[in-house]
Design a protein around this ligand. Sequence first.
Ligand code: SF4
Length: 370
Amino acid sequence: MKAGLYLHIPFCKSKCAYCDFASFAGQEEKMAAYAEKVQEEIRQKALQYPGTVIATLFIGGGTPSLFPPEMMENVLRCLHDHFVFDPQAECTCECNPGTVTESFLQVLKKWGINRLSFGAQCAQPHLLHMLGRIHTWEDVCASVSLARENGFRNINLDIMLGLPGQSEKDVQETLEKALALSPTHLSCYGLIVEEGTLLSHQVEKGLWQLPDEETERREYALCQSMLAAHGFVQYEISNFALPAFPCRHNLDCWRRKEYIGIGSAACGFMGNVRWQNPPALQDYLAGMPSDETVISPEEARFESMMLGLRTMEGVSEKDFLAMHGVSLEKAFGRQLKKPLQEGLIKWEMGRVFLTETGLSLQNRILVELL
Ligand code: SF4
């Protein structure tokens, strides 16, 4: 049985102003214990899901590139000792510019990591500073160049849109500079100001002004047109790739394929059980149990729609029937009528997918499907 594997490395140099991920700064002294605990979980998960062939691996965080190379090597060796990897497995590691070293990249290369994802975000120093990022655009260029020297060809850059004070010209300049680095993939995310973050307090105090919806819409449209002109195909709301380079790990998640999650805060889903490991570092290290939920057939069907409709390929009738034992027509035919009539959804060639207008109204459509 094939599955994905997500491995969470929660350490960061400092906390970015907008970040509400399960990541921690100033906890370097816990790295060694974490590496041990993760290996313990790898052994336990391998016993729990024997015979699983890893089709995709995604090492995310946090800042995985902050993990000392020898610890990363121990973790990767342990993964390969206990799981079988598909020879064509896509294996990604997230890296932050300014934290990537040659020895770290060599360890990744040695253990089959064949895709890197850099949090580049934007090219303007004042915006990087506002976000609390620890790097400059020059660091992005240096890290990508080091990655290439070490044999990495499949490279993603994360870019942020909708930032306070970000102009369309800034977005254009960032994309031009990003494209000049010849990535195979670009993830362009709109900023979400999450409650409790430093940025949300600053916005509340009036320190930063968020762009209006129209500005955000124009930035997104600019992104779509510039990337299309450079041969990138949009395959999900925020993701663009050169042909043959969409992120297979994320695509499998949106197709609701199973994945094993390992590490603090990591989520996983196998069969009809979904789990989340303890998000707090000390709880994970103390061996607190994960939070498990049994997914009902109705929830599973809704998940397929919710995830699949994020992608341009949409939800396949055939895959839906194979996964849920009930046809798409029977499960959602009635609820789909209205968005179909309104031109928000199309049902063609055995697939249901959102139209361009539907993409911007995705949340409303999902509420109707519920
Ligand atoms: S590097 Fe990423 S995970 Fe770490 S604090 Fe910044 S946004 Fe959060």
